[in-house]
Write a protein that binds this ligand. Structure first.
Ligand SMILES: Nc1ncnc2c1ncn2[C@@H]1O[C@H](COP(=O)(O)OP(=O)(O)O)[C@@H](O)[C@H]1O
Ligand SMILES: [Mg+2]
Length: 232
C-alpha cells in the first residue's frame, strides 16, 4: 500500500535518511523504532510531504507521491500525527476537529461521531480550549484530528512520549482499535517494547538507515534489539 524506495532526505548538507526502504501493506500496524536522532520523524515527514526526498520514491497505492504537497497527500489518504501533539491550544476541541476535517474525504457528522466514539472524553470537552486538556487528552485530540480526514494510513510520531503509563496503554489500545476498523498504521516509537507488541512488523532505523526488519515477534527476541532498545 505504501512503499519507500531508496529514499534519501537532507537537511541542507546533512543526510538524515540514507537510502531507506520500507513497505507497508493494507491493514498492518508497522513500527519504526530507533533512538533519538535516528531519522524516525524525518521518515514520517518525508512520507507526508513536509520534506521532499532528494532521491528515491514514495509510492502510495501505485501512485508516486514524491514531491506532492502535504495537502495533496492528506487528500490521497495519508494523515500524520506530529511529534509533540501540535494541537491548537487557543481553539476548542471541536474547532481543532473541524481543522482536521478541512481536507476531509468523508461526511463531517459521521467522522465526528466516529472520533467521539473512540474518545468519549473529547465529546465531553468539545467546548473546552485544547490547551486546557491534559497531555493524554491532547494526544487523543491530535489523533482524532488526524482521523477527521478519514485516512487510509495514519502516521503516528511518538504518541506515548511524556505520557503516564496508564495513558500510554490507553493510547496503544486505541491505536489497535483504529487499526481493526481498517486504518493502516505506521507507528514511530522510542517505546520499542510496547510498539512491537502492538504491531505486526517492525523496522529498526539507525543513523538514517534501516538496520533490521522483521515480524514483531522476531524483533522482540532479537539479541541486538533486546540490548539496544528493550533495555535487557
Ligand atoms: N530541521 C533540521 N535541521 C537540521 N538537522 C535536522 C533537522 N531535523 C532533524 N535533523 C537531524 O536529522 C537527524 C534525524 O532527526 P529526526 O528524524 O528528528 O530523528 P528522530 O525522530 O529519530 O529522533 C538527526 O541527526 C537530527 O539532528
Ligand atoms: Mg522524532
Amino acid at each position: 500500500m505504501l512503499r519507500l524506495e531508496r529514499v534519501h532526505t537532507f537537511y541542507g548538507p546533512i543526510e538524515a535518511l540514507r537510502g531507506i526502504d520500507i513497505h507497508i501493506e493494507r491493514g498492518e500496524i508497522v513500527s519504526l523504532i530507533g533512538s533519538n536522532g535516528a531519522g524516525k520523524s524525518t521518515c514520517l515527514m518525508t512520507i507526508s510531504g513536509i520534506l521532499h526526498p532528494a532521491g528515491g520514491r514514495v509510492v502510495f497505492k501505485g501512485d508516486d507521491l514524491t514531491g506532492a504537497s502535504p495537502h495533496a497527500i492528506v487528500r490521497m489518504g495519508i494523515s500524520q500525527v506530529p511529534e509533540g501533539r501540535r494541537i491548537f491550544p487557543k481553539l476548542t476541541v471541536f474547532e481543532n476537529l473541524e481543522m482536521g476535517a478541512f481536507l476531509r474525504r468523508g461526511n463531517f457528522g459521521e467522522l465526528l461521531e466516529y472520533v467521539y466514539r473512540l474518545f468519549p472524553v473529547l465529546k465531553e470537552r468539545a467546548r473546552q480550549y485544547g490547551g486546557t486538556l491534559s497531555g493524554g487528552e491532547q494526544q487523543m485530540l491530535a489523533i482524532a484530528r488526524a482521523l477527521m480526514s478519514r485516512p487510509d494510513v495514519l502516521l503516528l510520531d511518538e504518541p506515548s512520549l511524556g505520557l503516564a503509563p496508564i495513558m500510554v496503554s490507553r493510547i496503544f489500545r486505541t491505536i489497535e482499535e483504529i487499526n481493526k476498523e481498517g486504518v493502516t498504521v505506521l507507528l514511530v516509537e522510542q517505546n520499542a517494547r510496547a510498539a512491537l507488541k502492538l504491531s505486526h512488523r517492525g523496522y529498526v532505523i539507525e543513523s538514517g538507515a534501516i538496520s533490521l526488519h522483521g515480524n514483531s515477534d522476531e524483533l522482540l527476541h532479537n539479541e541486538k534489539v533486546r540490548h539496544a532498545y528493550l533495555g535487557e
